[in-house]
Design a protein around this ligand. Structure first.
Ligand code: ACM
Length: 542
């Protein structure tokens, strides 16, 4: 892994140790624009242009002097606990690399200010004003402040991401950014069933999502190969059904306390967790755990392969609905978010009649526990509940009939989340030579995942029916964070921009330059990525 530390060594520059910097700081040399080795080269002192941000902001007006974060900078909030929370997050982000105290205070002027105020911001928009006297981020809601803070982060040098003191200077270009998202659903999905991922691995992914203003983390919690969430009324689901994974490894599951910790951590990054229990197919782990869930009363063995479509809950059996209700009740109680995803894809071992019957029974249960149904788009083969969202994962070659069902559902009021597999499935190989991933939807290079418009994707879908986009990462071949990152980067920032930025403001030729500039940040963060030949990485790509 190319880490920032190696970069500094390779560049032949001395890496000042924390203690030396503290000493120098007391001599007021730090923060003057001078590094240990003398004057900082011009290109290092020029602030990042206001538009070098991913996702592209709605509008950018450069002008005036930059603001410089110094040893004396305070972060001011206006008394709201949520604004204070965002300010503390920002301070924690900046302190290690700047070496500054950056106290968060409820009063004062100048410095960095986070302000909640009425304005044309919506639920997630913000305005960032930067000038010699300070930087102010204004938003109507804390989520907007948080997204504004991500923009501030992108405007600072990549070295700000490092966990040791760096020389700076910490300049933010002068001017104003006004920004709000195109779509309210900008998601990523992690399949923790095919391979299990620990709480810390999920948190690491959450932090990467937050950097690009993604606001939904869909967790695929159950499948044939593993059940990953403790359900008290059916304990063997997790203890037995979660005891392995693809390839036969030990698997794992989240206790309720661990799951709540994921939800809490995601919320602190303004991400809503969308839990998925995939039904009635993709259920071998449950069927293996409880013989009574099988129509023939015989539990199949645990499964560690990668086939799909061979398992089904027993639709005609009443106890199936006791099971579903218990799971939905316990999962809803763990879920402060609005949505509960019930899967519904690839139910190839369930008859059409049974599928419809099952969905007619199960969707009201989700509503009974206060949640909104999300399902894969095969749910349109039944009747989506009022207010349900379906997640479209087809591809260019999906049959006209299947697409027409989705379009019709959208015309009748069902909301769509677009996850076209040949555009945004993060588990698809980039090229034939990609060592990880699958290729059933083709190869998905970086440009392909960026260069499409959700608003025009399925002709006939009313504009308001598209609620957003989501990039799923299935993990049949993915086993650790480095592999997650290699598949997610650099496609994920592109999908984030597809979901956030207006179609008219998006242009691959300009985007690829902004994307290349992210490489230094990934290096500083220790994030793996695929060096796509489509992107002009320059020296940062080495
Ligand atoms: C899916 O990829 N089976 C939703």
């Amino acid at each position: 892994m190319a880490h920032g530390r190696d970069t500094l060594v390779r560049d032949g520059r001395a890496r000042p140790c924390r203690r030396t910097l503290r000493l120098l700081g007391s001599l007021l040399l730090v923060g003057t624009g001078l590094s240990m080795t003398g004057a900082v080269p011009a290109q290092a002192t020029a602030p990042t242009p206001l538009d070098r941000v991913i996702p592209a902001p709605a509008s950018v007006a450069p002008g005036g002097s930059p603001y410089r974060i110094t040893r004396g900078t305070h972060i001011h909030v206006d008394g709201s606990p949520e604004a204070r929370g965002v300010a503390e997050y920002l301070a924690a982000l900046l302190r290690p690399s700047t070496g500054y105290r950056l106290p968060v205070t409820d009063h004062g002027a100048g410095g960095i200010r986070l302000r909640l105020a009425q304005g044309p911001f919506g639920a997630e928009g913000y305005r960032l004003d930067s000038g010699r006297g300070g930087v102010t981020i204004t938003a109507a809601r804390p989520a907007g402040l948080f997204h504004g803070v991500q923009t501030l982060r992108h405007l600072l040098p990549a070295a700000v991401e490092k966990d040791t003191v760096q020389p700076g200077p910490w300049l933010i270009a002068g001017g104003t950014v006004q920004d709000r998202p195109r779509y309210g659903w900008r998601g990523a999905m992690l399949d923790v069933s095919r391979h299990f991922f620990t709480v810390d691995q999920v948190k690491r992914f959450i932090d990467q999502l937050a950097l690009y203003k993604i606001n939904k983390l869909h967790l695929h919690l159950s499948d044939d190969q593993g059940w990953r969430i403790a359900i008290d009324s059916w304990p063997r689901l997790a203890t037995y059904g979660g005891s392995t994974e693809v390839g036969g490894g030990p698997g794992g599951h989240y206790t309720k306390a661990q799951y709540k910790e994921i939800v809490r951590y995601a919320a602190s990054r303004y991400l809503e967790v969308v839990p998925e229990i995939d039904m009635p197919g993709h259920t071998n782990a449950a069927l293996a755990s409880y013989a009574g869930l099988n129509c023939d009363g015989v539990a199949p063995p645990l499964y560690t392969g990668t086939e799909v479509g061979f398992s089904s809950l027993c639709v005609g059996e009443e106890s199936t609905y006791d099971f579903v209700e218990d799971v939905v009740r316990e999962l809803a109680a763990l879920t402060p978010g609005r949505y509960l995803h019930i899967g519904g894809d690839e139910a190839d071992s369930t008859s059409h009649e049974d599928y419809v019957k099952f969905m007619d029974r199960v969707q009201p249960v989700v509503a009974e526990y206060g949640k909104t149904v999300v399902g894969w788009h095969q749910l349109t083969g039944a009747t989506p509940a009022t207010g349900a969202l379906v997640q479209y994962w087809g591809l260019d070659s999906t049959s006209a009939e299947e697409k027409a069902r989705v379009v019709k559902a959208a015309q009748e009021g069902t909301g769509l989340i677009l996850s076209p597999a040949d555009r945004v499935y993060l588990d698809m190989k980039y090229t034939r030579d990609t060592p990880l991933g699958l290729s059933w939807a083709g190869y998905v290079e970086v440009r392909r995942s960026y260069d499409w418009d959700p608003g025009a994707y399925l002709p006939g879908v009313p504009e308001g029916a598209v609620r957003g986009v989501e990039a799923p990462l299935w993990t049949e071949t993915i086993e650790d964070s480095g592999q997650v990152e290699y598949m997610a980067f650099p496609r994920l920032p592109g999908v984030a921009e597809v979901g956030w930025s207006a179609a008219g403001s998006r242009d691959w030729e300009r985007y690829k330059v902004r994307l290349a500039a992210q490489a230094e940040r990934w290096k500083a963060l220790g994030v793996e990525w695929y060096r796509s030949p489509q992107v002009p990485w320059g020296a940062a790509g080495r």
